[in-house]
Design a protein around this ligand. Structure first.
Ligand code: SF4
Length: 176
């Protein structure tokens, strides 16, 4: 049985490198470390899957961390579109929404396996369907669906969900 409940919300919207660059440098994800990215590049890594905004359980009693995702999302999530309804002011509503930064990534290996931040941190490539590779929004969306990635249309809000019900909502379509 899952042991620790993690916050349902994180945001990738942090500025890991304090500079004013706004352009995406060619192939930046291959040429620079995560700590060297400008704000726009950091933001562009997110595929918008929304998985990190699902409530998840983590059991790290053993050497290996066990993570189980539920299909229950942060109260700010629009479960139809898979996007945060109040992204710009989200921390007014959810003060513990985690800011994803390079410094925090080592402690965030509960992120899904397809997440670009986790993949680059682990020295892996971007997923083949990533928008930075396809440069085609429709193609990326189709390929993400084919890869079973994304929470739009298949999550419920945490509002009103009891602890008991939460434990019945564990899903396998998000792989840490
Ligand atoms: S899991 Fe990663 S790619 Fe998906 S929304 Fe969260 S930060 Fe973005």
């Amino acid at each position: 049985m899952p042991s620790n409940l993690l916050p349902s919300s994180i945001t990738h919207a942090s500025s890991p490198a304090p500079n004013d660059q706004v352009e995406l440098r060619p192939q930046f994800w291959e040429r620079f470390s995560l700590t060297e990215l400008n704000h726009s590049e950091w933001e562009a890594l997110c595929d918008g899957c929304g998985s990190c905004c699902l409530i998840k359980y983590i059991d790290n009693d053993d050497d290996e961390e066990l993570v189980e995702y539920t299909d229950v999302a942060c109260k700010l999530m629009d479960c139809a579109t898979g996007y945060c309804q109040h992204y710009d002011v989200r921390q007014q509503y959810v003060p513990d929404c985690i800011q994803l930064t390079p410094a925090k990534l080592p402690d965030m290996m509960w992120l899904p396996a397809h997440c670009a931040y986790k993949r680059l941190y682990k020295g892996q490539d971007l997923p083949a369907w990533h928008l930075l590779l396809t440069e085609d929004t429709v193609a990326t969306q189709q390929q993400m669906r084919a890869a079973n990635v994304g929470i739009a249309g298949r999550c419920i809000s945490e509002v009103g969900v009891t602890d008991e019900e939460m434990e019945t909502r564990v899903v396998t379509w998000v792989t840490p």
